[in-house]
Design a protein around this ligand. Structure first.
Ligand code: NDP
Length: 309
């Protein structure tokens, strides 16, 4: 798991991991879809010796024009890099491409930024460990247009050695965060953050649907919803302190009894729209109230999620 990517057969590796000796690295990118292409573009523009490969032809052309080298096969690409970045569709495609090439990858550093589940990330880490490949898993918190710009971040877990050695390169894509040797942690954080995002999106859609029959456009509603929801994220730290402290009776919290969402549900129904997103939250509240915790703080709905019915 902690194979030194520069203590192997790489032709010009040196002890500080700087493959080219001038601050740049020899890096290969497998997968030039929307995301892989954006990642590779940032590397080429920063002056790294970048070799790229894609299953279907044609996707490397723009990168070659920028200065990348196109490899005819995935194996050629791997052999050209000390660091191999993989950005394919899913876990299955990663194994499909890498399994026959584990011998070529041995001794090199592998950073897989393909979206995978925590268990899939751990499975790939175990596979890499058996093959003598230093593996780091990455979860990209950005869309391709954001890569290299403000607001882009990438979460990593797995080999600390790989993360530390290549951090300056990884930072080209966005701010880099490392969560530890458990390769599944970055993916877990990634999916947990997406869980929060999708539920928030559904809440926005709920509100937009409620005002639509009154002639309010989604655009008008968004102009109100964005600053409101942004301001409400200021509550997260307070909720977190209560959850981590484990005492939902702390003074100053909005109680679950006070948080009944019946009026919102009734207003949605009166508008003739569905109420699924808000009904889901009401159910989380109801379970705690039914269990006798109505006087406790709203953060207690965490327990409804932590201990599913
Ligand atoms: P695309 O659909 O644009 O690209 C998919 C890439 O995977 C292509 O290069 C495709 O090759 C390749 N591929 C698919 N199946 C195989 C296979 N069996 N063998 C070899 N190559 C294969 O996806 P993205 O680039 O957008 O996404 C790539 C990864 O990045 C995904 O895991 C995604 O979840 C993740 N990601 C993407 C984000 C985004 O906003 N786009 C955000 C965060 C993460 P070919 O061209 O030949 O089809």
């Amino acid at each position: 798991m902690t194979t030194d990517s520069n203590s192997n057969s790489n032709s010009n590796g040196n002890s500080n991991g700087n493959s080219n000796g001038d601050g740049s690295f020899r890096v290969s990118v497998l997968g030039l879809g929307a995301m892989g292409g954006a990642l590779a573009t940032a590397l080429v523009k920063a002056g790294h010796t970048t070799t790229v490969w894609n299953r279907s032809p044609g996707k490397a052309d723009g990168l070659v024009a920028l200065g990348a080298r196109a490899a005819a096969t995935a194996g050629d690409a791997i052999r050209a890099g000390d660091l191999v970045i993989v950005c394919l569709l899913d876990h299955a495609s990663v194994h499909e491409v890498l399994d026959p090439l584990s011998g070529d990858l041995a001794g090199r550093a592998l950073v897989n930024v393909t979206t995978t589940s925590p268990e899939q990330s751990r499975e790939l880490a175990a596979w890499a460990d058996r093959a003598g490949i230093a593996h780091l898993d990455g979860g990209i918190m950005a869309v391709p247009q954001m890569i290299g710009g403000p607001g882009s971040s990438v979460l990593y877990s797995g080999s600390a050695e790989v993360f530390q050695r290549y951090e300056p390169l990884l930072d080209l894509w966005g701010s880099s965060a490392y969560f530890g040797e458990d390769a599944g942690l970055a993916s877990l954080y990634d999916l947990a953050l997406l869980a929060g995002m999708y539920v928030m999106f559904a809440g926005f859609m709920q509100g937009a649907a409620m005002v639509a029959p009154a002639g309010v456009s989604a655009r008008e509603f968004a102009a109100r919803a964005a600053p409101w929801l942004t301001a409400m994220t200021g509550s997260f730290q307070g909720f977190a302190e209560v959850i981590d402290g484990g005492d939902y009776t702390v003074e100053g919290q909005q109680s679950l009894d006070f948080s009944d969402l019946g009026d919102i549900l009734a207003a949605g129904s009166a508008q003739g729209v569905g109420t699924g997103p808000v009904a889901m939250v009401q159910e989380l509240i109801r379970r705690q109230v039914d269990a006798g915790h109505g006087a406790e703080g709203f953060a207690r709905i965490f327990e409804s999620v932590r201990r599913p019915a």
